[in-house]
Design a protein around this ligand. Structure first.
Ligand code: BTN
Length: 245
């Protein structure tokens, strides 16, 4: 099932996995996981740095080869990973949500980030590298990320990272298998149900302009559909729009 490569330190678990795939001539067992205590060049979305104190958090990358998923539907990977995280974290805390496209929030703070890197070949997804950064035991954050939070910040407890990682990987694998078998019937609904700020009008920013809008839905290609107060519908790709928090 899942085999874990345990590292003390690496540049980035996503990069490590990418190099491993190349060194294995593109053939790597599905479910290979790289788990590190520390990353020297941890990567976030949009080229940002992912801050994580040594030995405190979950820094992991999981390898899948989802050749059955049509690249047009690759957003299902984001959805299933976000939902697996929510499912496990709900066993510890409440008031969790998914900030589109795949940040895990507790109230209005960021608890986990996901960086999915898919490599396509023609009409197939050849490799999917799923990078997960979950703040677990870190108590103080220094970086530019404006609103980080950890499980320990929320509950005052310290967690066994390996135990938590195993629970997370199990759920991830289960959800992935269900998607492959077409058994995740409510994936889109569940994702929408957990969406951050899915009710009411909120402030968004697009092309340097701020406006109030409400989330109408998420398209199967992952685009966020907003409705402005004047009733105008806007379909937004990732990075085209941001929540003003
Ligand atoms: C985000 O910006 O929200 C995504 C953060 C993803 C961070 C994780 S930590 C493990 C994996 N390796 C990386 O370099 N990034 C991801």
């Amino acid at each position: 099932m899942l085999s874990i490569i345990r590292l003390r330190e690496t540049e980035s678990t996503n990069n490590y996995l990418k190099e491993l795939i190349a060194s294995q001539r593109n053939v790597l067992a599905e479910g290979t996981v790289v788990f590190a205590d520390f990353q020297t060049k941890g990567r976030g979305q949009s080229g940002n740095f992912w801050e994580s104190e040594d030995g405190k958090n979950i820094l992991a990358s999981v390898y899948f080869s989802p050749s059955h998923i049509d690249p047009k539907n690759q957003f299902v990977i984001s959805q299933l990973v976000s939902l697996a995280l929510i499912d496990v974290l709900q066993e510890e805390i409440s008031e969790l949500s998914i900030k589109w496209p795949n940040d895990i929030y507790w109230k209005d703070k960021k608890l986990a980030g996901i960086l999915i890197e898919n490599e396509l070949l023609g009409d197939r997804i050849l490799h999917s590298i799923i990078g997960i950064g979950l703040n677990v035991n870190q108590l103080q954050f220094s970086s530019s990320c404006p609103n980080p939070v950890s499980l320990a910040n929320i509950t005052g407890k310290q967690y066994d990272r390996e135990g938590l990682l195993h629970r997370l990987l199990e759920r991830l694998y289960l959800f992935y298998m269900k998607v492959l078998r077409d058994e995740m019937n409510n994936l889109e609904e569940d994702y929408f149900f957990h969406l951050f700020r899915k009710e009411g009008f909120h402030l968004f920013e697009r092309h340097d302009e701020q406006f109030l809008a409400r989330i109408v839905n998420i398209q199967s290609n992952g685009q966020l559909v907003l409705q402005t107060q004047k009733g105008q519908l806007l379909k937004c790709a990732f990075k085209e729009v941001r929540f003003v928090i």
